[in-house]
Design a protein around this ligand. Structure first.
Ligand SMILES: C[S@@+](CC[C@H](N)C(=O)[O-])C[C@H]1O[C@@H](n2cnc3c(N)ncnc32)[C@H](O)[C@@H]1O
Length: 174
């Protein structure tokens, strides 16, 4: 018997809505920062606006409930790195139920991770990005996609500004 086909945007949004129905609040303080959610329809739109062909693997640095990784895995392999064990557990369970075999999750502080396997980094930052610029490997030639206008990386080259709905997002390279 063949495996179930991966689910798309509607099924991902339904799984997230079910998960959120079980929570008191859709945000919290985590072991490494603050969890708040990007908008799934905006992230999907953003991914569709980008030419993803040059990229082999996306990582979401601080993946929260896993939404960006689920959506990105519709296009390319995607890994979420998240410090909060409960969010990682929920993300893994949803990915499995949705049949998203290209989505996976590490429960870790991403400041301790080697980012060289990932050539497209996504972040919805909860703090200034100086730590991330320092962490990028010297030989890294990927792109960094920043969701939201609040924190922009210093010392990288700005490639593009994109709007996902009303949300300003920016794309950067070394
Ligand atoms: C603003 S939320 C974004 C969540 C998700 N990327 C999204 O778009 O919905 C930031 C997330 O990053 C996580 N985070 C912050 N610093 C981190 C770190 N150093 N290592 C791992 N996770 C981190 C927080 O726990 C939180 O879940």
């Amino acid at each position: 018997m063949s495996a179930a086909p991966p689910k798309g945007l509607n099924e991902i949004q339904a799984a997230l809505a079910d998960y959120h129905a079980s929570l008191e609040e859709p945000y919290k303080v985590t072991p490494a920062g603050m969890w708040a959610c990007s908008r799934s329809e905006e992230v999907y739109d953003l991914l569709k606006q980008l030419d993803l062909n040059p990229y082999g693997h996306l990582a979401d640095l601080g993946s929260g409930d896993g939404r960006v990784v689920f959506l990105a895995s519709l296009f390319l392999p995607a890994t979420g790195i998240e410090a909060d064990p409960g969010l990682v557990q929920a993300s893994r369970a949803m990915a499995q139920r949705l049949g998203l075999t290209r989505a996976d999750f590490l429960c870790s502080d991403c400041r301790q991770e080697d980012l060289s396997p990932y050539d497209l980094l996504f972040i919805y930052p909860d703090k200034p990005l100086d730590w991330l610029v320092k962490l990028l490997p010297a030989q890294w030639r990927g792109s960094l996609l920043v969701y939201g206008p609040y924190f922009q990386p210093q010392g990288l080259t700005h490639l593009k500004t994109l709007y996902a709905g009303q949300t300003m997002c920016t794309l950067w390279q070394r």
